[in-house]
Design a protein. Structure first.
Length: 271
C-alpha cells in the first residue's frame, strides 16, 4: 500500500505547499476588490476565475488553505495534548473512580457534536477562527482519550510492563517509558484522520458563519458566498469544493497508507 501512502502524501503536500507559498506570494491581493471583473470564468489572467467582488479565486484558495490547515492542526494538537494524558491515566487506573470520570466525560463530549459546541461557544464569545479551533479541539479530546485508553489497557498486561512494575517503576513512569511509545503508531494514524476531519469541520463552521470571519479567506466561507450564484457562476463553488475534497482525500489516503505501513499485523498478512 505504499502507492496509496505516496499518492495521499503528494495530494496533501500540494495544498500544504500552497499554504506556505501564500505567505510569500499570491497572484493577486485578496483584499483588493475589482468589481469591473467580478464573476469572471477561468482565463489566462485568472486561472480559476474571480468571485463576486472580483477577487482572484486561486489566490483566495491559497490563502484559505493556510486558514483551514492552521485551524485543523491546532485543534488536533489540543485534542492530542489533552486526550493522550487522559487516556493514559484512565488505563493506568482502570476500574477506579478516575477511569470512570474520564470515561463518562468522554461520553458527555461525544453527546454534543462539534457544530453544537461551536454554537455554544459562539453565543458567549462570538464567531471567530479561534473559537472554531476550541470547538474542534474539544471534540478531538475524547477521540484520542478513548483510543489511547483502549490500546493501553491491553499493554498493561504485557510481560515487559509487569517486569517494570516489579522493578519498582510507578504508573506515570511506566506510561511514559513503555505505554506511550507503543501507541505512537496509532496516534500518528488517528492524528492524520482527525486532521482531515478538522479541515471538514472548519469548512462547515465557516460555511454557517461560525468560523473564520471576513476578510480572512476560508474555503467554507467561499462555498457559502457562492451558493446563490452557482447557476451562473459554478466555478465559484467548484474550485473551493475541489480543494476541500482533494485535501481530505489526500489525508485519508495517507492515513490508510500509514496504518498499513505501521501495523505489524497487516505487514504479516501481506507477507
Amino acid at each position: 500500500m505504499r502507492g496509496t501512502l505516496i499518492f495521499g502524501a503528494c495530494l496533501s503536500a500540494v495544498f500544504a505547499g500552497a499554504a506556505v507559498l501564500s505567505f510569500l506570494w499570491v497572484p493577486y491581493d485578496i483584499e483588493a476588490l475589482d468589481i469591473a471583473n467580478k464573476i469572471q470564468p477561468p482565463s489566462g489572467a485568472h486561472p480559476l476565475g474571480t468571485d463576486h467582488f472580483g477577487r482572484d479565486i486561486l489566490s483566495m484558495i491559497m490563502v484559505g488553505a493556510r486558514t483551514s490547515i492552521a485551524v485543523a492542526l491546532v485543534a488536533v494538537g489540543i485534542g492530542m495534548g489533552l486526550g493522550v494524558p487522559l487516556g493514559l491515566a484512565a488505563a493506568a487506573r482502570r476500574g477506579s473512580w478516575l477511569d470512570e470520570v474520564i470515561s463518562r466525560g468522554n461520553d458527555l463530549i461525544f453527546a454534543f457534536p462539534s457544530l453544537l459546541i461551536a454554537i455554544m461557544i459562539t453565543a458567549v464569545f462570538g464567531p471567530s477562527a479561534v473559537n472554531a479551533i476550541i470547538a474542534i479541539g474539544i471534540f478531538n479530546i475524547p477521540v484520542f482519550a478513548r483510543l489511547v485508553r483502549g490500546a493501553a489497557m491491553s499493554l498493561w498486561t504485557r510481560e515487559y510492563v509487569l517486569a517494570a512494575r516489579v522493578a519498582g517503576k510507578g504508573a506515570v513512569r511506566i506510561s511514559w517509558e513503555h505505554i506511550l511509545p507503543n501507541v505512537t503508531n496509532l496516534l500518528i494514524v488517528q492524528g492524520t484522520i482527525q486532521f482531515s476531519l478538522g479541515i471538514l469541520a472548519e469548512a462547515g463552521l465557516s460555511y454557517v458563519g461560525l468560523g473564520a470571519q471576513p476578510p480572512v479567506p476560508s474555503w467554507g466561507r467561499m462555498l457559502a458566498d457562492s451558493q446563490t450564484m452557482i447557476s451562473f457562476a459554478p466555478h465559484m463553488a467548484l474550485f473551493p469544493g475541489l480543494a476541500i475534497l482533494l485535501t481530505v482525500l489526500g489525508l485519508n489516503l495517507m492515513g490508510d497508507g500509514l496504518r498499513d505501513l505501521l501495523d505489524p499485523r497487516l505487514r504479516r498478512a501481506r507477507q
